[in-house]
Design a protein around this ligand. Structure first.
Ligand code: SAM
Length: 314
């Protein structure tokens, strides 16, 4: 009789997934980890009762976490990934030929080891790429002590619970800002705005108090039940949010980032158009940051097509 594994994240409702085969289950130093096979979703990773990824739809989240910030930048060279021990974001980051160094700081070695063993197709060799630097440690401490100089910092953390809670704090984002090059981009996962508007509000307010530009964007991640999934982007460089679909397509072609399964130039631009209920949360969070007298970011409700980028840039 197959076991059914429950996602225990939502207080008043549960999702159960059939485990046709449990591949690995352990209480690590940091969290409870279980990897199992499901006839619909493929191989599933759950941490502390929260679905992190499935092999059937992981490309959605990983492409939007990596390509929105990197395609928005002219020539990203150094990228820092916090969390992301499954290797999916690293895989996508390394598709950009301009990237010379991709550092991944993951707190739990077991996540990386079991990813290599049970779903190697997700990283697809990215862990062993000569441009990859894998660090086992707490991302909070890593950015606090980092030398900086990153073009992009991508926070592929779990939900704001357990070891990941520190990765959703203003103090952490402040250290990330210090670790960025001028005009660099910070992106973080920001949960399900329909179910957890406070998560989106808190991160937006923190970003608005630290950066000139803050722009949440959405994707549809089938295995994150509860509506569109939010990612949040912060930068001081206004150009980052003004690259139109035509130029994104040119960059994709020039960089040789092959056909992707979710990200397209049009999806990139459209992802920043938020439904009214989410836009309201964001605008109130910005207003709150402003009321606090903290430097508040302009929130670009929509991305007017900006002047064409310079000829010859990649
Ligand atoms: N896509 C998933 C989501 O949105 O829930 C995240 C996937 S990824 C597997 C999350 C990773 O963050 C896990 O491997 C976890 O071990 C790692 N992590 C949690 N807290 C961390 C910390 N403080 N520093 C570095 N990595 C951390």
């Amino acid at each position: 009789m197959d076991r059914w594994i429950e996602e225990t994240f939502h207080p008043h409702w549960r999702v159960r997934l059939e485990a046709s085969r449990v591949l690995h289950e352990v209480k690590t130093e940091h969290q409870h980890l279980v990897i199992f096979e499901n006839p619909t979703w493929g191989t599933v990773l759950m941490l502390d009762g929260v679905c992190q990824l499935t092999t059937s739809d992981e490309y959605v989240y990983h492409e939007m976490m990596a390509h929105v910030p990197l395609m928005a930048l002219e020539r990203p060279k150094r990228v820092l990934i916090i969390g992301g021990g499954d290797g999916g974001v690293l895989r996508e980051v390394l598709k950009h030929a301009s990237v010379v160094r991709a550092t991944l700081c993951e707190i739990d070695r077991t996540v990386i080891d079991t990813a290599r063993q049970h779903y190697p197709s997700i990283a697809g060799g990215a862990f062993d790429d000569p441009r990859s630097e894998i660090v086992i440690g707490d991302g909070r401490a890593y950015v606090a002590n980092a030398q900086g100089g990153f073009d992009a910092i991508i926070v592929d953390s779990s939900e704001p619970i357990g070891p990941s809670a520190v990765l959703h704090t203003r103090e952490f984002f402040q250290d990330c800002r210090r670790g960025l090059k001028r005009g660099g981009v910070l992106v973080t996962q920001n949960g399900l705005p329909f179910l957890f508007p406070q998560h989106l509000a808190d991160t937006t307010a923190a970003f608005a108090s630290l950066f000139k530009r803050v722009a949440p964007y959405l994707c549809t991640q089938p295995c994150y039940f509860g509506g569109p999934f939010a990612l949040n982007l912060a930068t001081d460089d206004k150009h980052v949010l003004k690259v139109d679909a035509k130029h994104l397509a040119k960059r994709q072609k020039k960089r040789g980032v092959g056909p992707l399964r979710y990200w397209t130039p049009e999806v990139h631009v459209a992802a920043f158009a938020l439904p009214a209920y989410a836009q309201e949360v964001v605008e109130q969070a910005i207003a709150r940051a402003r009321d606090k007298g903290e430097r508040a970011a302009q929130y670009l409700a929509s991305l007017p097509q900006a002047p064409a980028a310079e000829e010859g840039e990649t």
